[in-house]
Design a protein around this ligand. Structure first.
Ligand code: NI
Length: 173
């Protein structure tokens, strides 16, 4: 399956609000498989469709450790229906913001309604890393990045750095 190129900060595509998936067909399942391959290739533990330039509400996650068998999970049209008052802090990164990490505080427990790749409704109760990862990826579907949850000073620094990197990558004309 083809690995897709990742959309990087500060590409405005990352700020788009993604649309719900309507057709649970073989094309969708092929796309989800490509997303997983792209995530494994990066490598990363979570990826939202908008990060490969597709504004649809689809997220893939695999939290298996390196020495464990793969445990791919696909979440389509995910909605957070419950958040705990209790919060926890994780150091987060993002495949669209390579080599940058920062601590982010989020609800430590969430309940998420979603559909699988065949259109079956499902629900997950998540805590720990899965809760953080789901919130990070679902944020992507609304054009929100983890750097939106850190201080403005730090965020501006990161955006400036990636703007410069993007300029250096651009071909000279
Ligand atoms: Ni991300």
């Amino acid at each position: 399956m083809p690995v897709k190129p990742l959309v990087l900060l500060p590409d405005p595509v990352l700020r788009q609000v993604s649309k719900p998936v309507q057709h649970f067909d073989t094309k969708l399942r092929g796309f989800a498989a490509d997303m997983l391959d792209t995530m494994y290739d990066a490598p990363g533990i979570g990826l939202a469709a908008i990060q490969v330039g597709e504004p649809v509400r689809l997220v893939v996650i695999d939290l298996a450790k390196e020495d464990e068998p793969k445990a791919p999970r696909i979440f389509i049209n995910p909605v957070i229906v419950e958040r705990s008052a209790e919060r926890s802090v994780y150091e987060e990164g993002c495949l669209s913001i390579p080599d940058y990490y920062a601590e982010v505080e989020r609800p430590s427990h969430v309940r998420v309604d979603y559909f699988d790749e065949f259109g079956n409704a499902a629900q997950v109760e998540a805590d720990g890393l899965l809760a953080t990862c789901l919130q990070h990826e679902i944020d992507h579907l609304d054009g929100i990045l983890f750097i939106d949850h850190i201080s403005r000073l730090k965020r501006d620094m990161v955006i400036r750095k990636f703007r410069k990197l993007a300029k250096d990558r651009a071909p000279a004309i």
